[in-house]
Structures are given as C-alpha cells and as structure tokens.
Design a protein around this ligand. Structure first.
Ligand code: TGC
Ligand code: FAD
Length: 392
C-alpha cells in the first residue's frame, strides 16, 4: 500500500485570503482522504467500481450539500468551502469528486432551489447524510452537448405522469436511490422530475468499458411507461435554464476540483524529480525538467487566483455562467496538461499505478468532456464577448 505523501502548494500565499474555517474544512477533508481513500483508490480504479462504503465519510466531511442550509441537513457553508472540499476530493480522484458534486450540485441543488417544501424535507436531509444517493439525468444517447434537443418525455395521466425515454452517461446511476430527470411535457417544455428506484418501468443498467473515471459508477436511466406521482415534479422552474443553472454549480466545483488533480500531479513530479538521479545528479537539476515544474506551479497559481476570485463572486451572487465556464475550461485543461508533463518527468514509472499520475490523466479525459466539453465552454466565452452565437 502506497503512503500518501501529498503536501499542498501555495506559491502566492493564498491561505492568507482564507478564513480559519476554510482552512479547517480543507484540512479535515484532506486528512480524511489520506486516511480512508488514498490507501484504496488504486484498487477501486482497477476494479472499476466506486467504493460505496465511502459514502458515509463523504457526508461526514460535509461533501454532500456543503452550501445547503443546515435546516435541510446541509453544512450551511459558503462557496469557497464547497470549492475547497471539491479540491481535496479530486486531489485524490476525479471519480470521488464526481460522486460528491453530482449529489450536491445536480441533485440537492435543484431540489433545494426548485422543489416544494415537502420534497426538500423528504429528500435533502437523507441526501446530506449519505443515507440516500442521487443522480442527474440530462444527457441522452443522441443529445449530449445539445440537451435542449432531448426526447425523454412525460404525459399527464390523471393522478400521475407517464415517463418515457432514456438517459446515457449518468454518474452514480447504477446505485442511486433517486434520479433528478429532465424531460419534456406535452408542450415540449423541459421540467425536472424526481424518479425513485423501485418505480415500475425504471431501470439503471451499468455502463462498462470506461478507461477513465473508473472509480465512479456510470450508467443509463431507462424509462418505460414509468408512473411518476405528480408531487415528484419540481415546480419552481422549467425550461433548459433550470438544468443549466445546476450545471453552473457543478462546473464551479469542478474548477476547484481540477486544481486538486493538478496539484497532486505537480507534487508527485516535484518529489520524484528531487529524488531520481540520472547522470549522477537529481533530474530536478536539469533545466528541461525545471521548465516543466516551473510552468506547472505557474499555471496552478494562476488557476488558484482565478478560482478564488470566482468563489468570492459566487458568495456575492455575482458570478456569471460565462465566468464559470472560463474557469472550468481553463482549470481542467491546465490539470490535463500538467498530468501529461508530470507523467514524462517520472519516465517509465509514470505509467504505473505506483504513482497517481496516469490515473489522473485518464480521469481528466472525462472531466474535460462532461459538464460541457472544452469546445462548448470556449463557445460560451465566445458568445459572451462577441454577442454572436456560434453553436448552431
Ligand atoms: P440557450 O438558448 O443558450 O439557453 C437556453 C436557456 O437557458 C439559459 N441558460 C442558462 N441558465 C442558467 N445557467 C446557464 N449556465 C445557462 N446557459 C443558458 C438561457 O438564458 C436560456 O434561457 P431562456 O429563458 O431564454 O430560455 O441554449 P442552447 O440550446 O443554445 O444551448 C446552450 C449550451 C450549448 C451552452 C448548453 O446547452 C450547454 O451548456 N451544453 C453542454 C451540456 C452539458 O454541459 N451537459 C452536462 C450534463 S451533466 C454532466 O455532465 C454531469 S457529469 C457529473 C460528474 O460526474 O461530475
Ligand atoms: P457530443 O455532444 O456528441 O460532442 C462530440 C464533440 O463535438 C465534442 O468534441 C464537442 O465539443 C463537439 N461539439 C458538439 N457541438 C458542437 C458545436 N456546436 N460546435 C463545435 N463543436 C461541437 N451527463 C449527465 O446528464 N449526467 C451525468 O451524471 C453525466 N456523467 C458523465 C460521466 C462521464 C464519465 C462522462 C464521460 C459523461 C457524463 N455525462 C453526464 C455526459 C456528458 O455531459 C456528455 O458526455 C457531454 O455533455 C458531451 O456530450 P457527448 O458525449 O454526447 O458529446
């Protein structure tokens, strides 16, 4: 079993900008990850299964609904605390962060924002405590970047709705107790509906064969004339903007998470470069390796500053969707580039599971695609600065 030697890196004294509570939350998450997850993550990744016994621990560090008010079982924390928890989880593995951010931002957030008081009381405390797991169904086999084209639909059938269709690539689906599903009504308007495991006609087949995010379970959601009680409709908002607003919260968490993955690769490569000797001296002394390491910490520091500022704007309710897109796109790409460079610094050892780098690299290939691809986020920035829509 590999010892987790990770140390945080704070080149611009960012900690001075955090409160004591922020640092406590971050350090608690880091300590839990080191003790409970680092020793088993490589095995989970190889097995291709999320270690479900971790659910309780994620709940205990505030990883389910960090910013959901305490009256609903959440931790009542601010957006920077949420980000720091995502950073620490993804420092270990993107799949671990996925499990947490889907539950928080894609399941609890829409219930909290758009649900009835009864829905909030019924679902949020159990989701926060990890007694219930949720998933989010937006993507379909033929509608990924263009979710507005979805064909999953529901019809009014008197005292219930009849739901039909299918969702693909759904994180946590194989073991989720509830799914927040986005579907069109008879007028073609998009609504969120809570579908519960056990409803007749609802199944969640597991997707196999992933070379990425292997420690996160991914599946389909299949609806064949599922009778959904009318009280399971989220009444607070309809239209594509409703699911996209949830994505804003999740993408923000990913921006922090990606910094964690980048930090872990940098930390590993720096330590290795200082220890590994070739031609009679540590490879850290060679200019070419220093260039890689210096550029890594530069990019990490830029991402840290960008993301902390975004967190301040989120706390003030002023962050725009386009600002979130920029941070998600920049930070995931930054982490992916760092993983590739760090892999080279480790030479042959870089491809083994003795070190986390190759696992991060493979995971980040999903992260750069889900929650809006690298290209889609560029087009969001393009639209924001020019006013011209280049999507269609
Ligand atoms: P468009 O016409 O631009 O917008 C439709 C309506 O939505 C509003 N809107 C937003 N509202 C809130 N937040 C945002 N970020 C919003 N972006 C747009 C917009 O104002 C409009 O409102 P209204 O009132 O005028 O109707 O829509 P479009 O069809 O042209 O699409 C725009 C586009 C391409 C940017 C959007 O569809 C998009 O973001 N596509 C990417 C899809 C995506 O990110 N899917 C993610 C699925 S979930 C996932 O990947 C989970 S992975 C989880 C994990 O494991 O961590
Ligand atoms: P496509 O939309 O088919 O895109 C293919 C390529 O075309 C991309 O490079 C894209 O950038 C490009 N492209 C598309 N449109 C344009 C355009 N207008 N201009 C230029 N280029 C364009 N979804 C959920 O709903 N819930 C989940 O929990 C979830 N979890 C996921 C977990 C994993 C591991 C993965 C891989 C995906 C997950 N997704 C989830 C789905 C994810 O959001 C989609 O994969 C993503 O939105 C992209 O859709 P797509 O794969 O269909 O690619």
């Amino acid at each position: 079993m590999r010892t987790d030697l990770y140390q945080g890196h704070d080149y611009y004294n960012m900690d001075d900008l955090l409160t004591d509570e922020h640092k406590l939350i971050r350090d608690t998450a880091r300590a839990w990850v080191k003790k409970e997850v680092s020793p088993i993550i490589e095995e989970a990744f190889e097995k291709g299964a999320f270690p479900r016994h971790l659910i309780k621990g994620i709940a205990e560090i505030g990883g389910f609904g960090p910013y959901i008010p305490t009256e609903y079982g959440g931790a009542g924390l601010d957006q920077i605390s949420y980000g720091l928890i995502m950073q620490e989880l993804e420092r270990c593995d993107s799949g671990l962060r996925s499990t947490s951010s889907v539950q928080s931002s894609l399941v609890m957030y829409p219930i909290w924002k758009y649900g009835t008081e009864e829905q909030k009381q019924k679902f949020l405390p159990k989701l926060a405590a990890g007694e219930m797991v949720g998933c989010f169904g937006l993507t379909e086999p033929d509608h990924g970047s263009n979710p507005g084209g979805m064909t999953t639909n529901f019809k009014d059938a008197g005292d219930h709705y009849l739901l039909n269709g299918a969702k693909l690539w759904i994180s946590n689906a194989p073991f989720a107790d509830v799914a927040v599903v986005w579907a069109k009504n008879e007028e073609g308007r998009i609504h969120g509906i809570i579908v519960e495991r056990g409803m007749e006609g609802f199944s969640t087949p597991t997707m196999h064969g992933k070379w990425s995010l292997r420690a996160s379970d991914t599946g389909e959601l299949v609806f064949e004339d599922v009778k959904v009680p009318k009280e399971n409709l989220l009444p607070g908002r309809s239209g594509l903007g409703a699911p996209l607003s949830c994505l804003d919260s999740a993408r923000y968490g990913i921006a922090w998470g990606a910094i964690g993955a980048g930090l872990d690769c940098y930390d590993t490569a720096l330590r290795y470069a200082k220890e590994r000797k070739q031609f009679g001296r540590p490879i850290a002394g060679f200019q070419l390796q220093q260039k890689k390491l210096a550029e890594m910490i530069t990019e990490i520091t830029k991402a840290q500053l960008l993301t902390l500022r975004l967190g301040q704007l989120r706390n003030e309710g002023r962050a725009t969707s386009a600002q979130i897109s920029m941070a998600k796109r920049n930070n995931v790409n930054m982490a992916l580039e760092i993983a590739r460079e760090a892999r080279q610094i480790l030479g042959g050892m870089g491809i083994t599971n003795e070190y986390p780098i190759m696992r991060h690299m493979m995971n980040l290939e999903s992260v750069v695609t889900y929650e809006g691809t690298h290209d889609i986020h560029l087009l969001i920035t393009g639209l924001d600065i020019t006013g011209e829509n280049a999507f269609t």
